[in-house]
Design a protein around this ligand. Structure first.
Ligand code: CC7
Ligand code: ZN
Ligand code: ZN
Length: 254
């Protein structure tokens, strides 16, 4: 089984060049979209995908760069393709996603009155690994981001850590590498300033070499090119590149 990764975007919440940090994981037979931000519809279009090509969408937390494209996804699937897309989401986020984000745009009396009218919702619980689409399994880890707002990082196929937006958590990263066989870490990164709700580059650079050498940076600002030397040997994930995931390495497709 081959696992591939194509980032629809690798930028932070305000990035315009690199789009929102949303990831397409692809097994031999299925595609899982992790987060569907405001730029996801244009990015999918530019890459030649239709919403129909997705087998499931998984949401890490409720910020527009991670959920802002769900309204278009829901409407297109309902009114163009006539089916409900599969939505994986932590059970604690279902009600806030509908009440605080989606209902305002999607509600239609007698037709669409709940999230279940537009999505096939599959609730997730932290600490349980489940195969979300054929060839791709996920375990949720609650990770700290914004006070009072739940956010969940992912452990994919029991060897890839995919960070949601999160503050620095060296204990978790060390534990995954030392005790859970984590071979690859895809981590959000704030290149400048204090990391009040994100993890800074300096924090990631302070990790032991055994952790750093498995790490790729994502969710970075549009100033990445001018700041890239400050990352030292930490590589940046590239928007729209397709990578084959090989244990602790990402092999870019030519
Ligand atoms: N306390 C906060 C809350 C939010 N923010 C910014 O808003 C963005 C929302 O999406 P994000 O990707 O989580 O990044 C957040 C910060 O840039 C921030 O800088 N400080
Ligand atoms: Zn974000
Ligand atoms: Zn966020």
């Amino acid at each position: 089984m081959t696992l591939k990764l194509q980032m629809l975007g690798t930028g932070d919440a305000f990035a315009k060049t690199y789009y929102n940090n949303n990831a397409l994981f692809m097994s031999d037979t299925a595609r899982l979209l992790v987060d569907c931000g405001t730029t996801a519809p244009i990015s999918l279009h530019q890459l030649g995908y239709s919403f129909q090509d997705l087998d499931a969408v998984l949401i890490t937390h409720i910020h527009a760069d991670h959920v802002g494209g769900l309204e278009e996804l829901a409407f297109q699937m309902r009114f163009v393709h006539q089916r409900r897309p599969v939505l994986y989401i932590a059970e604690t986020l279902i009600q806030p996603l509908w009440e605080h984000t989606l209902k305002g745009g999607i509600f239609q009396q007698g037709i669409i009155e709940s999230i279940n009218d537009v999505f096939e919702v599959r609730p997730l619980k932290p600490g349980k690994t489940i195969e979300v689409v054929p060839g791709i399994s996920v375990e949720l880890f609650p990770t700290r981001h914004i006070p009072g707002k739940d956010s969940y990082s992912l452990y994919v196929n029991e060897h890839i850590f995919y960070s949601a937006d999160m503050t620095f958590n060296p204990e978790l990263l060390n534990q995954l590498v030392d005790q859970r066989g984590c071979s690859l870490i895809l981590h959000e990164c704030q290149l400048q300033g204090r990391g009040e709700v994100h993890t800074t580059l300096d924090e990631l650079k302070s990790l032991p070499e055994s952790v750093r050498r498995r790490m790729y940076l994502m969710h970075y600002s549009d100033r990445m090119e001018e700041l890239r030397e400050s990352a030292g040997d930490l590589p940046f994930l590239r928007q729209h590149a397709t990578y084959t995931i090989m244990d602790d390495q990402l092999i870019p497709e030519p």
